[in-house]
Design a protein around this ligand. Structure first.
Ligand code: TXA
Ligand code: MG
Length: 367
């Protein structure tokens, strides 16, 4: 299959909406990362999404809705709206939950927050991997909003990368990942945020963050007054997917070190372990992924490998910019001729820095 990249003209968006109505799949820009969109009620199209990404069907998809139109008619996105789209089951939602849901929707939509709702039986099990819940978000990107509107249906859209790989933040990244497996990519430029949406589930007393993103626990607490609980690796919701331990990963091994682990013996030991896991990889040359150049000399003095190139995650000391460039930087390190990536954990655990740390942790090789 030939993969075409389209400018987001009205004519091209109409062409893509026709493709979506004919059970095709289309890569679209969002403000977080590029998504691979399909009509969320069309099982033939949804199967194509899983197949082209090589994604296991136990990992459920996020459904994307258009809220521009209802904003214009001065109604905020509310539960009735999602019910009218045949996405959620409303009778399982009591008044206190309703209030929390609607505060979240009103405050953060359109934007990078995905909310888990009780699902309508009309949403195919394939979308939700058989779960009784459905994840929904309203993307802010104009192109995504317009495409959903033209398609006349909510669109499910996972990130437009092969399963487990680095998420795409440019049309050319999607092309690199899925060239030959999808017909169309809409080029909406570079994604503004660069990391996937925050995913939350809601209970009466608290909000659980299942995946950290630009909407942080502090922001959620300020908006709702509720207790915010971060999912940890050993919490029982681990089988809530995307939460898989290795994700967002480069093709070559990535060894991640915290600053306090910066000692030669530790690094040598990790490299030896890596050689055992992958005996064909001789591991002589590495790419170095650092926060900025202040720790460079320290790393150069202790690394027992030749350093092919050095990439910086936070060269201009702005966490939002670091997030925006994160996946691209990881992709560049992956393109290098080195045998592995040695990475320093992102040092700022505040704001979206928390999500950068999460993605680096998940991109790292588990020894
Ligand atoms: O920013 C984003 O969310 C991007 C753009 C394209 O919108 N999409 C995205 O989709 O990151 P994906 O498929 O790469 O990640 C979606 C994650 C799943 O891995 C899963 O963890 C979670 O959302 N998810 C989906 N449905 C769920 C459900 N019913 N319960 C719990 N988690 C769910
Ligand atoms: Mg993804």
């Amino acid at each position: 299959m030939k993969t075409l990249i389209f400018e987001p003209s009205n004519e091209n968006l109409i062409k893509c909406s026709h493709a979506l109505k004919a059970s095709e799949i289309v890569a679209m820009p969002t403000e977080t990362v590029y998504g691979l969109a399909a009509n969320c009620f069309d099982e033939i199209a949804i199967e194509k999404v899983f197949k082209s990404k090589n994604r296991p069907t136990f990992d459920p998809l996020i459904v994307h809705v258009n809220t521009n139109e209802i904003n214009h008619s001065s109604k905020f996105p509310n539960l009735d709206y999602l019910f009218s789209l045949n996405l959620i089951s409303i009778n399982q939602i009591n008044d206190s939950l309703k209030q929390t849901y609607e505060t979240l929707m009103k405050t953060f939509w359109p934007g990078p927050l995905t909310i888990i709702f009780p699902k309508s039986i009309l949403v195919p099990d394939l979308v939700t991997s058989g779960l009784q819940t459905v994840a929904i978000r309203a993307p802010k990107h104009e192109v995504a909003q317009n495409l959903i509107k033209l398609a006349n249906s909510p669109l499910c859209a996972p990130s437009a990368n092969r399963f487990g790989r680095i998420s795409p933040t440019k049309a050319s990244d999607v092309y690199e990942e899925l060239n030959g497996s999808i017909p169309y990519i809409i080029d909406g430029g570079e994604c503004e945020i660069g990391l996937e949406s925050t995913v939350v589930s809601v209970s009466e007393q608290s909000i659980h963050i299942l995946r950290p993103g630009a909407i942080t626990s502090e922001i959620l607490h300020n908006a709702t007054g509720l207790q915010i609980i971060e999912r940890t690796n050993n919490s029982p919701t681990l089988n809530a997917p995307g939460m898989l331990e290795t994700h967002y990963a480069p093709r070559k091994p990535l060894l991640l070190f915290n600053e306090n682990q910066l000692n030669k013996e530790m690094i040598i030991k990790s490299i030896e372990q890596l050689k055992k896991i992958d005996p064909k990889n001789k591991i002589t040359k590495c790419s170095l992924l650092l926060n900025n150049d202040s720790s460079k000399n320290k790393w150069l003095s202790i690394l027992p490998l030749s350093i092919l190139d050095i990439f910086y995650l936070n060269s201009n000391e702005n966490t939002e910019t670091a997030a925006k460039q994160f996946f691209e930087t990881l992709r560049k390190a992956d393109h290098s001729n080195s045998d592995c990536i040695i990475a320093e954990q992102f040092s700022i655990d505040l704001g979206i820095g928390h999500a950068i740390r999460d993605r680096l942790q998940k991109a790292s090789t588990k020894l």
